[in-house]
Design a protein around this ligand. Structure first.
Ligand code: GLA
Length: 385
């Protein structure tokens, strides 16, 4: 859907034209998976796939929302913001409004048309994009100054405490703070960050969706969080640390004997993945894409064997990518259990890669994967229409 169509759709539902466009990005994560809630470093980048909100301020006490591809209007009253936790569509938005109001922001009535091009359930953070874009819209209409990091933290709080998903900060941070053609190296224990140019020369990142729907709400995401919490508590009996990310692989080898079964596996993933992030950033800065690809593969194997968040579809998709001679590495991204992979592929080989991997995947799994044309863009944008 292009802009004119979106504006017409807005007008059809709400009777007047929109006046503003607020957007926030979906994201990929180059490496650093399932470490954000352990204080680790992550390396995400904001995408051209976005939550676009066409909007108009109406005043009054009602926020009305409608969504591309879904009939009907969902609304919430600004004086009853605690009441929408069970909304199937609109709870992220209500959560954001709830916590903004709690902070003293006056929530002003408005009409919002959501044209979200981040595929839902794809592991590309459609929920973070929706939360961040909504927070921007509501702050702009309340006429308050806002800080993008604050917006990310508030969006995460809404997802944790309103929608009930115990996610880390990576997605909301990338969605708000992403920068064109850069990945964000974010230290999740301090929120210190650095932009690193995502320059891959003759190569590019291909994003593929295995099309097995995933939902963090239904997945084992919260279970994994509990498992690493358990590991941390045990290790804290012998080591003075606040986060698992503080352990080097050598430190971990010394304390591993304290942990048993899945808890040991989960903690080992976190420690090794944190180590891989540092190596990957160095490889990228050195232009060593072969090494970067190798680290992506290792990340996938660890998510498959130690963290156990992949599944047949993601394993098949990334294994097929890895078989391609012009592919340097491939891994699942995001929460897992479904969603997307990224692969480093030679630009001139992309068409053949998509064709061959796509065909073999459909044959093996029984339905098709999707491939997206992506670029790395800014996180939040605000525009008058
Ligand atoms: C989801 C969460 C993030 C992060 C990833 C895994 O996307 O929202 O906070 O934990 O999974 O790296």
């Amino acid at each position: 859907m292009d802009r004119t169509q979106a504006m017409q759709a807005f007008e059809q539902v709400f009777g007047r034209a929109p006046t503003d466009l607020f957007t926030a990005a979906g994201r990929i994560n180059v490496i650093g998976e399932h470490v954000d809630y352990c204080g680790g470093k992550v390396f995400p980048a904001a995408l051209n796939l976005r939550c676009n909100i066409y909007a108009r301020k109406t005043g009054g006490d009602t926020v009305r929302m409608t969504f591309r591809g879904i009939d009907g209007v969902v609304e919430f009253k600004t004086d009853k913001l605690n009441d929408y936790r069970d909304l199937e569509i609109g709870n992220y938005q209500a959560g954001v409004a709830y916590f903004l109001q709690e902070k003293g922001v006056d929530i002003i009535g408005c009409d919002l048309y959501y044209d979200c091009t981040v595929p839902f359930g794809s592991g590309l953070s459609s929920s973070a994009a929706i939360e961040v874009a909504t927070a921007v819209a509501l702050c702009e209409y309340a006429n308050v100054e806002y800080d993008k990091v604050e917006i990310a933290l508030l969006a995460q709080k809404a997802e944790n405490q309103y929608a009930g998903v115990n996610c880390g900060i990576m997605d909301q941070f990338a969605s708000a703070m992403g920068k064109k053609d850069h990945a964000v190296l974010l230290d999740c224990s301090t929120l210190a960050y650095e932009y690193v140019p995502l320059q891959l020369g003759d190569y590019c990142l291909v994003v593929a969706n295995c099309n097995k729907p995933h939902s963090l709400v239904e997945s084992k995401y919260n279970v994994r969080r509990q498992e690493v919490e358990t590991a941390l508590k045990v290790i804290q009996t012998v080591k003075d640390i606040n986060n698992l990310s503080e352990l080097s692989p050598k430190d971990f080898a010394e304390v591993k004997y304290l942990l048993a079964g899945v808890v040991a596996k989960r903690a080992e993933h976190v420690v090794m993945e944190c180590d891989r992030v540092n190596k990957a950033v160095k490889a990228l800065k050195d232009g060593d894409l072969v090494e970067l690809g190798k680290l992506l593969n290792e990340s996938h194997f660890s998510l498959r064997d130690l963290y156990e968040v992949t599944g047949k579809e993601l394993d098949t998709l990334s294994a097929l990518a890895r078989k391609e001679t012009e592919c340097l590495g491939s891994r699942m991204i995001g929460g897992g259990f479904g969603g997307c992979t990224i692969s480093i592929v030679k630009k001139t080989a992309v068409d053949g890669f998509i064709r061959r991997v796509g065909m073999a995947y459909a044959e093996e799994i029984g339905y098709k994967a999707s491939f997206y044309e992506t670029s790395i863009e800014d996180g939040i944008t605000v525009e008058k229409l």
